[in-house]
Design a protein around this ligand. Sequence first.
Ligand code: PMP
Length: 398
Amino acid sequence: MKIAERIENLGTETAFAVSAEANAFAARGHRVYPFHLGDMNLPTPANVVEAAFKAIRDGKTGYCPNYGIPQLREALAADISASHKMDCRMENVAIQPGGKPVINKFLLALMNPGDEVLYPNPGYPIYESLIEFYGGRAVPYGFVEGDGNFELDLAAIEDKITRRTRLLVLNDLQNPTGAECKPAEFEKLAELVEKHDLYVLCDEAYFDIRYTGASASFAALPKMAERCVMLYTFSKKFAMTGWRLGAAIGPRDVIDIIAKLAVNDESCSNHFIQYAAIEGLTGDPGPAKKILATLKERRDVAVDILNSIEGVTCFRPDATFYLFPNITQAMRNKGFDDYDTARLEILHNTGVSVCTRLHFGRALPGETDFYIRLAYSGIDTDDIREGLGRLKEFLEDF
Ligand code: PMP
């Protein structure tokens, strides 16, 4: 077949290749510790599952409104109003088949070919892929190691704004670094957004995956609601990654376009799953809290072991289920000078499967340190202990 030229510009999630390699290694009879997965090995809460079955039995199996069912839009608007401390109405909500489709629809609605879009790198690889696919210019900004966590490289963002910059992708509580903006950084960013007349995709996939304190949304800053589209997902909070349900939340005119894109694309999100999502939002909060408690325990075990390894340093982010340790010295100790050698040596000698910085974008000019990304959402505490114990033994043997 003669494939359309535009496909040349379509990227992918190269982390899936890591999964394939880990599976092949396991198939040869080796023990694998899956830290590469962004998926969860925790079950969806039973009350949510039951609500889905009930909805099927009740015949919620036909098409439903393109915007999503009104009861869910209302429940989500109420949830967002409370958690974000902002006024969110059901008119601001378009239910989507996952959080990911919001990235696509945000760009289709707001980006013209040639527009520059600032996006995080290292970051979720879909931003760069789709910006370039639709003919935009993907302009990366990075992160710096701050006091206790990674921080947005605000100076780089400011430097890279030109008169063609139109959009900013902000993934606060970030995959893969766990970076989180402080209030002063939000304020500075809001100043830039207003000054340069930018619109923002607030990817809040991890807003509710938080262990201490409360998450804050950039969209809740003064005058920012009218410039922000939020990506919401049911995937993480309710361990529903495979159910595929999320939402775009933003100004009504953009939400109407996003719903129109849905008419042209998937017609509507899965009907009966939306009833399960209502149960998640309004039913017993216990199961979601239990998911968080499990993740927090895993985080602490993983961070403690990682920091005990000679040549490795790791922050303890308050949110997300990812760790992004700096392994520069450990690489030197072992004589590894590229990411793939390090990753494969680690896999083949210890069974520990990780992603590296390069699965989250091309390295930026001047970047000299080495990082790997570990997800602890898909691996139990005992396996974390065992796997990272092996990693420690391997990296300290030089
Ligand atoms: N944004 C980020 C930063 C993510 O890490 C993910 C999932 N890995 C998503 C969006 C999309 O998740 P989903 O489509 O399952 O809602």
